[in-house]
Design a protein around this ligand. Sequence first.
Ligand SMILES: [Fe+2]
Length: 388
Amino acid sequence: MLTIVKGPYLQWPTTDSMTIMWETSEPASSKVQVLVAERIHSGYQGNYKKPDQIHSTYSQEGYSTIHQLTVRDLDASTIYFYKIYSENEQGEVESGPYPLKTAVKKGEPFSFTVTSETGGYSGFDPSNGQINKNIFHQMQRYRPDFTLFVGDVVNDGENYEDWEKYFFGPGKEFMVNTPFYSCLGNHENNASWYYDFFAFAPPKNYYSFDYGDVHFLCLDSTDFIKFENYPHSTGEMSPGNTQYDFLIDDLKSTSAKWKMVFFHYPPYVSGGYQVEDLRQLCPILEQYGVDLVFNSHTIVYERSHPLRAGKIDFDEGIVYIVAGGAGAMPQWLLPKRDWHTSQSLAVPHFVQVVVTSDHLEMRAIDEEGRLFDTFRLRKDSDSKKEFY
Ligand SMILES: [Fe+2]
């Protein structure tokens, strides 16, 4: 019997399109219907009437098990609904309607969440996956426009079952209406499933995108620091390396007001698994005005002071946030904080960021919804920063 085994889930939101993916048990056809619903102030599905007006239909030739369809010609910052359909000789399946929201335009506010380690913590997790479910549930309550995963979303990326067990399974209700981005952690093992299941821009292990007034850059730190050399780099972070050249060209070419970078290994954390060799990237991030860096790998929460040139700098520094997310390893922290640590706590958590054109708010929230860290940053028209 034909069944849907993953998703549907949302990928790569733009101001006029959304990519929808799902997996079926057997090769089957792919079809997506985009629906619109009239907005009302009470009643069915919150403040929307039942989505029964068809906006557009997209389908693809041929059969596949992993389905990927991009719906286009949508309006920016707009809520639509979608349904998916697959069919083969064994039968037909459908799912939906679910809401989706297109990306906001420049100048419009939005929010996103950040977490990681849904699989990396699995070997230590006494809750047998309950933490993952709690984190997804809490993120859903905050209704982010999208989410960043900073790697280790599975325990072993080469193991097909891991992707459902640690990631798509516990995240199902969240991912059905929230697009996400991810970077490679060491636990993904650079496996082909990462490239099959995600619709990021090629080459997928590093890429960039704009959302509102923010330029986001995803890097593959497992390529900069190869497994056999970990935790040391052997020259990959120098001109001629494809990813290194991409990093510089990408940051050079963006004029976005805010710049945020995410990659797995943390250059700054007052705990085990800090990868100091990655500080070789910091002068580049500083030169091109990066505001926030998100990392993981150490399964704790930590926020650095604003840092520049290896020192605390509240005028031009970058804040490094370790969002070790869906887990907590208290014994991985040093007995006392390091000089660069502003706040640090080993609790399961996610990070919420709210962005307007001039202000940025960041909050760290635990698996029961409690706020335990926050900071705000203002940037005026000549890009001067002020933390407050
Ligand atoms: Fe890791």
